[in-house]
Design a protein around this ligand. Structure first.
Ligand SMILES: NC(=O)c1ccc[n+]([C@@H]2O[C@H](COP(=O)([O-])OP(=O)(O)OC[C@H]3O[C@@H](n4cnc5c(N)ncnc54)[C@H](OP(=O)(O)O)[C@@H]3O)[C@@H](O)[C@H]2O)c1
Length: 236
């Protein structure tokens, strides 16, 4: 059994990871920006003693450092940098990041949450990850982060954040390989969550079940890959 740390576990893909991992007996450190308001996560924790909730605001560097301190001495096998921001739902918020109308404050916020924070998480958790068995870091990216596949434009803030996150993945994969780490970017598919919207292709249960299968099969040979929920390579 492994210990997972899942960020943004109070709703959407992160909550579903916590649910499915707890069901098979994995230990889950589930983070939420506001644990007091995370009712579904609280119910899940009450039913699964191997799940614990930690407060974490990824826009606040001190909050990330504080989590690192709280986890000193706790081995973490898998870090799932899941939490992410689009700035609303895919269905109704794309007008905030188009080429003729950009919310620059939002763009900065997206970069902090989607790029800087996952990087800092690796930094503050290095001792815990070193002490883990699997030494696996998954950065939740997106098909929209693929430069090759960008034939439509739009979503400039989100796309650029996920492309930057992919660069972080690639860099960490090169630097941490010697210490036995496998670092990958995951494209979870267009998934029915607040971010993905109701018309998305994948129900969240199916999306996450597929992702967990892919993650279970990852080995050192996958280090530095950008994979999707079916294990296929996504072009950078
Ligand atoms: N759904 C899709 O179609 C899709 C497709 C491709 C990639 N993704 C990626 O998958 C990941 C999960 O997305 P989702 O669909 O589950 O989105 P979601 O339903 O909107 O959930 C986003 C999660 O991120 C957390 N979060 C946002 N800002 C945060 C902050 N400053 N500090 C801490 N937590 C923060 C949210 O917490 P709060 O509740 O506190 O806001 C929430 O738990 C994201 O990285 C997203 O980019 C999703």
């Amino acid at each position: 059994m492994a210990t997972w740390l899942v960020t943004g576990a109070n709703r959407g893909i992160g909550l579903e990871y916590a649910r499915q991992l707890a069901r098979v007996g994995e230990t889950v450190i589930a983070t939420a920006r506001n644990p007091a308001g995370a009712a579904e996560l609280a119910d899940l924790t009450a039913a699964n003693p191997q799940l614990r909730v930690e407060a974490l605001d990824l826009e606040d560097r001190a909050s990330i450092i504080a989590l690192g301190h709280r986890l000193e001495g706790t081995p973490v096998d898998v870090l799932l940098n899941n939490a992410g921001l689009y700035g609303g739902s895919w269905d109704n918020a794309s007008h905030r990041q188009s080429h003729d109308n950009m919310d620059y404050d939002l763009w900065e916020q997206i970069m902090r949450v989607n790029v800087l924070a996952p990087f800092q998480m690796v930094q503050v958790l290095r001792a815990s990850l070193n002490a883990g068995q699997r030494k696996l870091i998954i950065n939740m990216s997106s098909d929209l982060g693929s430069i090759t596949n960008n034939t439509q434009g739009q979503s400039y803030a989100y796309r650029s954040s996920k492309a930057a996150l992919n660069m972080v993945t690639k860099g960490l994969s090169a630097e941490l390989a010697q210490q036995g780490f496998t670092v990958v970017s995951m494209a979870p598919g267009w998934t029915q969550t607040d971010l993905g919207g109701a018309s998305a292709r994948w129900p969240v249960e199916e999306s996450v079940a597929n992702q967990i299968k892919v993650i279970a099969g990852l080995s050192a040979q996958d280090n530095g890959r950008f994979v999707d929920l079916l294990g296929r390579t996504v072009p950078w």
